[in-house]
Design a protein around this ligand. Structure first.
Ligand code: 5GP
Length: 116
């Protein structure tokens, strides 16, 4: 499917909608999720326009995973998180609601997970 450049993350990337930035470089942006599933819930997105992981170039996928690692380490250190859930949904049938590929980093502990 064609990339919809009116999606909310495309607008965030263009600076049309504000976000709380955690990290940014020329290829990626990390920002706080507006409806966090846990304190520190962060989203990492590539700047390349792509709806799902399968639409993303291999170079951007590899680069973005590297940033996911770096941001994950920083969150773990900053929040003292016992663990981090990495979630990445592809397609509305998989539960994806924003059609610009994104990685969820959700600080968690085994005790919190047990409550769900
Ligand atoms: P998905 O269900 O597509 O994997 O996740 C989309 C995520 O984007 C959700 O966790 C939702 O809370 C978050 N989100 C939706 N709109 C906005 C927004 O305008 N700003 C931010 N920071 N996050 C958003």
């Amino acid at each position: 499917m064609a990339y919809d450049d009116q999606n909310i993350f495309a607008k965030i990337l263009r600076g049309e909608i504000p976000c709380t930035k955690v990290y940014e470089d020329d290829k990626t942006l990390a920002f706080m999720d507006i409806m966090p599933q846990a304190d520190g819930h962060t989203l990492v997105i590539p700047k390349e326009p792509a709806e799902t992981l399968m639409d993303l170039s291999a170079d951007s996928a590899a680069y973005t995973i590297n940033i996911v690692q770096k941001v994950g380490s920083a969150i773990k250190k900053a929040l003292g998180a016992e663990g981090i859930v990495l979630m990445q949904l592809n397609g509305s049938k998989a539960g994806q609601t924003v059609p610009h590929i994104h990685f969820h980093l959700i600080p968690s502990s085994i005790h919190e997970l047990g409550k769900h």
